[in-house]
Design a protein. Structure first.
Lengths: 290, 747
């Protein structure tokens, strides 16, 4: 199982310097990708612009949206951003798309929440055409971005199997990931796709003293306030020790996860050090993942 | 805070006592229209998990409740005058009256005001209050008053049931099935206190009409049931308590609160009695409500949190209850099963209990099932000491005997070229064979170049293809597969697509080939509109199918399949969504069947009768206006009459994106319906990932043959790899026999 580093692009107050430092240092670490989340109506950076900047300070890491909310964006402009970013990054983009769950993000951009299912299908089709789609950079690599789909409704798995390369899970205990992965594999096989779908997981961490942990939990409760009391459960899943990280990685790997993104709950680069220490203790090499 | 609770059932009393406990300053009054000691209904059941929540919420009432429990661990199934007993299930029952007594006592102890025999006819009669809790049941006043705000919906079940009591000494949760001249009746009975038990009788509506129960008085109904179940009651009596025949009302409510009014229990949701959860849900609602009121100082926010927390949980349980209700409504379907299989089917109906679970609970019960399964398969029982599990039991179809019940599906579209299976395909095919499936299937295999889904699809329409399949079949048998099958298909309007490694994407206009279909309707927006087939086109397709059948015979295939599912050409004739023809090949089910049956007749006349012919059929299109299971059963019978030996149950893909909800075993409910309603043997896949899942499907009679998931096949191949590798190397002059093995050599 590969480990992706989440960037603090949705942690309120994260500076440009801290974001790019994270990415630059992670490029030399044991991570396979740098991943970002997407919110509109929240103190955060745009995922595509962030990854474009990250592309400039990294050489090796793949760049992943985990996920970007497709239907908030115009399809043609989304395709333009995606193919440009993929080209500028030398073919390193993994594009996770989903419809998201936050009504207020749709209201903020004036997008139609009810039309989100149709829109994302159209976007996946357009992106799937790769170089065949209109107006892509001439220098775009032959292989397009890896397309991933996130979400939890029944339609998501059929959509993933028809139009994407894999599934991005939204976080939770290993059992939840295992169940979702099972749905993804069932859909994949039913659609006659060869091999197995790629499966991504994600989790949040806060390593250090009680203040850091409390701040991490407070951030998660604010970020997920829209889900009501469930935010408490998400905050309770925060990984606050190397032991908790070890258990999650083990559980996810057993559940058939191919790559897990670990997200910080603070923009301080010191969190990256602590994570790399923890991973080193788990036997994950400090050297770049091959 | 001034709180009024309408309804003194378990929901209202429990909410009152828990809120009073956490907020002693709150003034709480419960209004109940009946006297304190009166109750309707008999016993209530709880699982151990529910009890843990009670203990946490209020230890005192928990203690009193558990002290009054009747506990039992067995489920008895009486069917065809035999009794199957399965132990190891922990269930607890209590008399409803006793439960209410405990909760009333606890309310008084804490200072909740209880007002009995006080019917509220109008909410304006109520004294001033800050919060109104509607716990007044299914037909309660609160929901009726706020109907517009709460948006309730009631759906009635198709069966009729009556809630009775009995003095029969029950020592287990008991299901009884009895057929008489009017039809099938079933009983759900369980003990709850001393010498009393709950005895619910249920039957289909037409049976109820025929039995004259629609017009029967309460006493006549009671007498009818006593007569019918006399062998089971063995002298005991049935009692009624204002009992009448009802259709089960399933209530769902969109909003659970409005202003300062909040509802709980039966007033906002009901769940079919067969999963025994009404009281459990109501009391869990009360726990959640008391908790949010304690934690959240703002009342509107607290009520919003209550709904956010509880509604998803209740919806999940209501979905399970709905499935269970439909299951019992269709019980007649399973009357062809012998008693052990019938009992196994019943105990695993929810999909949450498996073969291994039952073996842990009651090994003896599972041994009985295994024995009956082996005997039914016609295999000799060599020793009762070492019984085979259903998965290892042989299956006879036509003249073929498969040594076990596992089929494997090879990935066909890997690297074909002009329909010729390439080396990648060969490697996959042989690797799958190494796992040792009884039947290795290649599907779909195109009958013409134009009949391929994508350019990399394998076909069977040229001499070189026949030679290639012959080689593949020989290799597969040598590697471990008992029989090899080829499923012939024409893609129809789903053709001219990109390689499946890319997903479901049509080829650009420049490289696409023209498509044929029953009607000129594109598979989805943006894909090519096919040409409506003429009769010469149909003759051409049949000629291609016949030629491919001869090819499959020459190639030495043991089983031939015909693909009539997933929106491919023959399947698209069957579905009204893709077949809009006005001639004799479209319209009602018989007309839509006409061309697929002609194709089957032509193929069957070429294919030797001792070799099985398999037909892939959609049990449902998963789309409004498409094929549904009832229609699929009619099709199944017709296909059987025209020579199909076995059906392969599939679903969806007739319309792009329309599929069943995915998950482990997602097709087995459909295969169950197809097999048991039509009586035709059925093969099913749908992501069966381990032997336990397959044993569960087989033992319950949901299918006769199971397709193992790709991951299960790979795991099995990997386990066998060291031995197979050595043999393979010897047999094939050092040529590695599969990419899986190759990878391991590299590793």
């Amino acid at each position: 199982m590969r480990i992706a580093i989440g960037l603090p692009s949705t942690v309120p107050g994260a500076t440009a310097h801290s974001l790019l430092t994270w990415a630059h240092r992670a490029d030399a670490g044991p991570f396979s990708s740098a991943a970002v989340l997407d919110r509109v109506a929240y103190d955060s950076y745009d995922p595509f612009i962030t990854l474009a900047a990250v592309a400039g300070v990294t050489n090796r890491l793949r760049l992943a949206t985990n996920i970007a909310i497709g239907p908030l964006r115009n399809t043609a402009l989304l395709a333009k951003s995606v193919t440009s970013l993929h080209t500028l990054a030398g073919g390193r983009l993994t594009l996770g798309l989903a419809v998201g769950a936050r009504r207020e993000d749709y209201d903020a951009v004036g997008a139609d929440f009810r039309d989100r299912g149709r829109l994302i299908e159209q976007q996946l089709r357009t992106l799937r055409q790769g170089k065949e789609s209109i107006g892509t950079p001439g220098a775009m690599p032959h292989e397009g971005p890896r397309l991933m789909v996130g979400g939890s409704s029944d339609e998501v798995f059929a959509r993933m199997a028809r139009l994407a390369d894999g599934y991005m899970h939204g976080g939770g205990p290993p059992r939840a990931l295992a169940r979702a992965a099972e749905k993804a594999r069932a859909a994949w096989e039913d659609a006659g796709r060869p091999g197995l779908p790629e499966i991504w997981g994600q989790a949040y961490f806060a390593l250090g003293d009680d203040d850091i942990i409390t701040a991490g939990a407070t951030y998660l409760k604010s970020y997920y306030a829209f889900v009501g009391p469930f935010a408490e459960r998400i905050a309770a899943g925060l990984l606050t020790s190397p032991q908790a990280i070890a258990q999650l990685l083990r559980g996810y790997e057993d559940a058939g996860c191919d790559e897990v993104a670990l997200y910080p709950t603070s923009g301080s680069p010191e969190q990256l050090d602590r994570l790399m220490d923890a991973l080193a203790k788990l036997g994950v090499s400090r050297e770049p993942a091959s | 805070m001034r709180i009024i609770v309408l309804g003194g059932g378990p929901a209202g009393l429990y909410a009152a006592l828990l809120i009073k406990k956490s907020q002693p300053a709150a003034m709480i009054t419960v209004y109940e229209r009946n006297p304190a000691g009166a109750t309707y209904g008999f016993g209530v059941v709880f699982s151990d998990r529910t009890l843990a929540a009670f203990q946490e919420a209020d230890a005192r009432s928990y203690k009193a409740i558990t002290e009054s429990f009747v506990l039992w661990d067995a489920i008895d199934i009486r069917y065809r005058d035999t009794m199957m007993r399965c132990g190891g299930h922990v269930i607890a029952g209590i008399a409803r009256q006793r439960l209410l007594g405990i909760l009333q006592g606890r309310c008084r102890e804490l200072g909740v005001e209880l007002v009995f025999e006080h019917e509220i006819a109008d909410l304006s009669e109520l004294p001033p209050h800050d919060l109104l809790i509607g716990a007044d049941g299914l037909n309660g006043l609160t929901r009726r008053v706020y109907e517009a705000e709460l948006e309730p919906r009631i759906v009635l079940g198709h069966a009729k049931y009556i809630w009775l009591g009995t003095d029969k000494l029950l020592d287990a949760f008991t299901f009884i099935f009895r057929e008489n001249e009017h039809g099938l009746f079933q009983v759900h009975a369980y003990p709850f206190a001393g010498e009393r038990g709950t005895f619910i009788v249920e039957c289909a509506e037409d049976v109820w009409e025929r039995a004259g129960l629609a017009r029967a008085t309460e006493a006549e109904s009671l007498a009818y049931c006593e007569r019918l179940f006399a062998p089971d009651l063995a002298g005991a009596q049935l009692f009624s308590n204002r009992s009448g025949w009802m259709s089960f009302p399933t209530l769902t409510t969109r909003h659970w609160h409005t202003g300062n009014v909040v509802l709980l229990g039966d007033a906002i949701h009901t769940a079919h009695f067969s999963i025994g959860s009404g009281t459990k849900l109501a009391m869990e609602d009360a726990i959640a409500l008391a908790r949010v009121l304690e934690q959240q100082p703002s009342l509107p926010q607290a009520l919003a949190d209550y709904q956010l927390t509880r509604q998803p949980v209740v919806q999940t349980l209501q979905a399970a209850a709905a499935e269970s209700r439909v299951y019992f409504e269709n019980m007649k379907r399973y009357l062809r099963l012998d008693p052990p299989q019938f009992a196994f089917q019943l105990l695993t109906r929810s999909g949450r209990v498996t073969y291994d679970d039952l073996r842990t609970r009651d090994a003896g019960f599972v041994r009985q099932t295994d024995l009956a399964y082996t005997q039914a398969s016609g295999a000799p029982v060599a020793s009762a000491l070492a019984l085979d599990e259903p998965i290892s039991t042989p299956l006879h179809i036509a003249g073929l005997t498969l040594p076990n019940r596992v089929a494997a599906l090879a990935e066909v579209a890997t690297d074909g070229h002009h329909g010729l299976p390439g080396p990648g395909f060969e490697a996959d095919f042989v690797a799958a064979a190494q796992a040792g499936p009884a039947l290795l299937l290649a599907s779909p295999v195109a009958v013409s170049a134009a009949g391929r889904v994508s350019v990399v699809d394998a076909g069977l329409y040229a001499d070189e293809h026949i030679a290639a399949w012959k080689g593949l079949a020989t290799q597969a048998r040598a590697a471990g597969a008992t029989a090899v099958g080829i499923v012939l298909s024409h893609a129809g309007r789903r053709g001219a697509a990109h390689a499946p490694s890319l997903g479901d994407m049509p080829l650009p206009a420049g490289s696409a080939w023209p498509l044929l279909a029953p009607s000129a309707i594109a598979y989805e927006a943006g894909s090519q509109t096919p040409r409506e087939m003429s009769e010469p086109d149909m003759a051409q397709i049949i000629a291609e199918l016949v030629a491919a059948t001869k090819g499959a015979l020459q190639a030495g295939a043991d089983v031939l399949g015909l693909h009539m599912a997933h929106g491919f050409l023959l399947g698209s004739f069957l579905s009204p969504l893709s077949n809009r023809r006005g001639d004799s090949f479209g319209g009602d089910i018989q007309r839509r069947l006409r061309f697929p049956l002609e194709a089957l007749d032509a193929v069957r006349s070429e294919w030797p009768s001792e070799r099985p012919l398999l037909v892939a059929l959609n049990v449902t299109d998963c789309a409004h206006g498409g094929v549904d299971p009832a229609e699929a059963v009619i099709m199944a019978r017709a296909l059987r009459e025209h020579g199909a030996d076995m059906l392969w149950a599939l679903a969806g893909h007739t319309v792009a994106g329309a599929t069943p909800p995915y998950g482990a075993g997602f097709l087995t409910r459909l295969s169950d319906q197809l097999r048991n309603d039509s009586g035709v043997p059925v093969m099913v896949g749908g992501h069966l990932t381990n032997a336990n899942a397959i044993n569960t499907v087989l033992a319950a009679g949901r299918a006769d043959l199971c397709i193992a998931s790709r991951a299960m096949i790979r795991d099995a191949t990997a386990q066998l790899a060291p031995r197979q590798r050595a043999e393979g190397l010897m047999e094939q002059n050092g040529r590695p026999v599969g990419h899986r093995v190759k990878r391991e050599v590299i590793a």
